[in-house]
Design a protein around this ligand. Sequence first.
Ligand SMILES: Nc1nc2c(ncn2[C@@H]2O[C@H](COP(=O)(O)OP(=O)(O)OP(=O)(O)O)[C@@H](O)[C@H]2O)c(=O)[nH]1
Ligand SMILES: [Mg+2]
Length: 193
Amino acid sequence: MNSQVFSLKIIIMGFSGVGKSSVALNYTHNIILTEFNQAHGDEFKKTIQINDHTILLEIYDTSEDEFVALRNQYIKQGDGFVLIYSITSKESFEVLQQIYEDIYQVRKKEYNEHIPIIIVCNKNDLEDDRQVTKEEGINYADSINCPFIECNTKTREDINRIFEVLTIDVLEHKEFITEENEARKKQKGCCAV
Ligand SMILES: Nc1nc2c(ncn2[C@@H]2O[C@H](COP(=O)(O)OP(=O)(O)OP(=O)(O)O)[C@@H](O)[C@H]2O)c(=O)[nH]1
Ligand SMILES: [Mg+2]
């Protein structure tokens, strides 16, 4: 068992009302959000175990009303991003695509460079009010090479999987500065340039 705890910043973004706070609260505190206990702009923490690593997830719940500077700060600091839209809102699906582009712009990355992002379609319990087909969601996620999950925070279907899939993606792409890695680098005789 590796005793080192890695800390990762996960940023939740999406159009207003899609369920960002619900997902964050649901995942970290097993709480189902109602109209009576609205939340926003909070930071949540949860520790998970992936392989032999203990990972502390610092989850930032953003809001559409945030100042651009603050939003960009979140984007710059995020290790991974949960981009949420709602099956009941076509607009939220379109806004999500803009957010994806904003992330690449703020990070000054080319689209073929990897940023750990998961596309989440929330509120799939509201099938009768569906405005975005599952195929549209899957096709969009495929087109940008991101995993896709449809879920809802009422039955809490697949909420854990969002963070597991994203964390594994982050771990696969993040260069951790650990004693283990440093020792390996020295062995190989490589140095930073
Ligand atoms: N039916 C259904 N309602 C949901 C689901 N997730 C969230 N809601 C409801 O949708 C409303 C908005 O949820 P929030 O979690 O506050 O959404 P948000 O994205 O944080 O909203 P803002 O912070 O205002 O942008 C609340 O009334 C939630 O109870 C879901 O999966 N299914
Ligand atoms: Mg909120």
